[in-house]
Design a protein around this ligand. Sequence first.
Ligand code: AMP
Length: 417
Amino acid sequence: MAKIIRGFKDTFGKQAENLTKLENCARKVFARYGVEELRIPTVELKELFIKSTGDTTDIVQKEMYAFEDAGSRNIALRPEGTPGVVRAYIENGFAQNNPLKSFFYIGNMFRAERPQAGRYREFEQIGVECFGNASPAQDAQTILMLKDIIESLGIKNYKVKINSLGCAECRPAFRQELINYFSASKDQLCDKCKDRLERNPLRVLDCKIDGPKFTNVPKQKLCPSCQEHFDEVINLLKGKIDFEIDPMLVRGLDYYTKTVFEFVAGTNAQNAIAGGGRYDTLVKSMGGPACPAIGWALGAQRVASVLEEQNAQEEKNTRENKFFVISMDKTCNQTAFNLMQNLRQAGFITLGGIFDKNIKAQMKQADKNNCRWALIIGTTEVEKGSVVLKDLTNAEQKEFLQSEIISVLKKVQNEKN
Ligand code: AMP
């Protein structure tokens, strides 16, 4: 039987549905911000990624799907979208003629990473790249664009981290300070960080193993112009989005300058759902004119999984608080009906009232309607003024007085919350 390659995956059902939903939400938000679509090739010359993503990054060093084609060209499957978009921006003359331009892309990226939950070798990114605007207002609106997409999709529990990495003026000193600091305790670093300490010392800060080990890491001292820029970004964002300034946030790519940010959500170990930052020197270093820029990329599968997780949790929460009232005999209908209305008056989600059906059929409906609890009234209960509360997940049941049932249920709910 033919088998899929390790690290790749088929997408169908809810996951496919959520990906489409996300793409549609994103397109609507991009339109509102005046961002146009750009479709770039899946393959580029390998050199493009080495020059832009950076040869000190894991993505380029170890994770590229690179090969020689029939024309002996060294090409690579794109590991990220920014290099292709920047190339297209320069090559199609936008940089010269219409420098203030923002593009979005939706497409699959390829990285030969070690596969695990939330980390695939082919995954979809939705990204945006905004060129030609150095103003802090551009940083703020680019971040808010991402927030709008996440929220219009209905994702509620996400966190935003922001930092500034400084510029060519203030970054080198920080870089050197980090090399000195970590070199002093090199034996405590993980193998990966030992290896990248000289090449990319900032990455040690956001290493999951080493980052938390060091508590007194030197902090970036921004030059006055970077500090002013960062302060203004923060001021513009205040009140529009909840965020936290995280001096340990560095992002994995070489080209970032000034503002960087990351959105995290969900319970997976791989909980970064999107990230990005400013890259004011990249366009020039790739052969274009000096041109400020900022962008982000969102991992579509990760966002879709968070949505799925959240929906499942919400469904579970609703089920927890849903009741179904059952009458076991014609003579019990009046009492059961009164109980049902009393529960609704008290604010409980209450279904039922199909008293012309037999008990089995009523139970079946309770289950079908995703109710966790059945409240059963039979002739004995009418006589005793009681009601049976049955947990449909494990069939356990307990009897309470009808006069007390609402306060009992309220107490249980309060304990849960
Ligand atoms: P990056 O291009 O590394 O900044 O990643 C941007 C976003 O893409 C991340 O926040 C993730 O949500 C997503 N992403 C990165 N690598 C993978 C992967 N191997 N599998 C799935 N999603 C990924």
